[in-house]
Design a binder for this molecule. Structure first.
Ligand code: NAP
Length: 323
């Protein structure tokens, strides 16, 4: 029986995970197939229920379902419970276990970005979805003392802050409205800036106007395609150190592979598969995904318009390139 692993999200057609994971299965001679399941939220519960079948090793969960999937699994690991978001499902008999390997993936990325320098203590996070939750969990675990979360829909950032109330009780974690003056003032006080929004996947789009970026920050963009987003180009021009999302993709994927198979992930093979996928060039996003039209073409914060009427709903139809 060929085993199955699926990526559940909306959209999924443009993910690099299938190339990366299939290469790893093939390298180790594991009889498994990685499938892409494009599922809207209304179909999410049925999709997760199907994973109880004997042929499934598990699943990846991606944009925009990482938070919605939490109540649909039987048990959460510590990282998944801490973040309130699941990006990997494994099976324990008929039981489904929810994990969050984005936390480890982001920690590796932060360590690479900071290098041998002293780990900073202040961060600004753009976005409040599943990925932002993993980022905040990792930053808290790293000992950050002040984290400010900006999101297009403020209430979602406020929900994130409430979720972390206990684990962040010793430090300053707060949500702030997405206004340029507020962003500028917070960026002047911070050391690390993380883009955990879906804005930047289309060449030229950026969540922040270039002129808001001060020098000497560590700027991390979770987006991995394009490998260098407009935000990273602007940050480098401003004198910041920059890193994209590919290492996080690789690390979270390696952790997921080990959870599904119990085997050590062939990291080099997975990296080579990502390199090949990247060399094939940028893939077009579906034209009906909506968020791209709201994002910046190189200036002005998308969220600053604050007009939810012409934007995808928070946690609903918002979409971007999935992990
Ligand atoms: P999600 O839960 O759907 O959250 C999407 C986030 O993007 C929300 O904060 C949303 O704001 C924001 N957003 C979307 N369109 C926007 C727009 N036009 N203007 C301003 N903000 C907008 O998705 P996710 O799972 O957190 O993923 C977020 C991004 O991280 C994606 O690009 C994903 O590919 C990337 N990611 C990369 C890795 C990796 O391994 N490198 C891992 C995880 C995620 P609202 O709440 O206001 O809608």
């Amino acid at each position: 029986m060929t085993n199955r692993v699926v990526l559940i999200g909306h959209p999924v057609a443009h993910s690099f995970s299938s190339e990366m994971q299939q290469a790893a299965f093939d390298e180790l001679g594991i009889d498994a197939r990685y499938e892409l399941w494009d599922r809207r939220q209304i179909d999410l519960a049925d999709a997760v229920e199907e994973l109880r079948g004997d042929d499934f090793l598990g699943a990846n969960v991606t944009i925009p379902h990482k938070e919605h999937v939490v109540p649909l699994v039987d048990r959460l690991t510590e990282d998944a419970g801490a973040t309130g978001a699941v990006n990997v499902i494994s099976r324990d008999g008929k039981k489904l276990v929810g994990h969050n390997t984005d936390v480890a993936g982001f920690k590796a990325t932060l360590d690479r970005a900071v290098g041998k320098q002293k780990m900073p203590r202040q961060a600004v996070v753009l976005g409040a979805g599943g990925a932002a939750r993993a980022v905040v969990a990792a930053l808290i675990a790293e000992g950050f003392q002040r984290i400010v979360v900006f999101n297009r829909h403020l209430h979602r950032a406020e929900g994130l802050v409430r979720h972390f109330a206990r684990s962040a009780a010793h430090m300053d974690l707060r949500a702030m409205p997405w206004h340029e003056s507020v962003l500028e003032s917070e960026l002047a006080k911070t050391k690390v800036l993380v883009n955990a929004t879906a804005v930047g996947m289309v060449t030229g789009e950026t969540p922040l106007p270039a002129e808001l970026l001060p020098p000497d920050l560590f700027v991390i963009d979770l987006i991995y395609n394009p490998p260098v987003t407009q935000l990273l180009l602007d940050a480098a021009a401003a004198g910041d150190a920059t890193l994209g999302g590919e290492l996080m993709l690789l690390q979270q994927g390696a952790c997921a592979f080990e959870l599904w198979t119990g085997r050590a992930a062939p990291i080099e093979v997975m990296q080579a598969a990502l390199d090949r996928a990247r060399e094939q060039g940028a893939r077009q996003l579906p034209v009906d995904m909506g968020w791209a039209a709201n994002a910046n073409g190189g200036g002005g914060a998308a969220a600053a318009t604050g007009d939810a009427a012409d934007m995808p709903a928070a946690g609903g139809t918002t979409a971007g390139r999935p992990t």
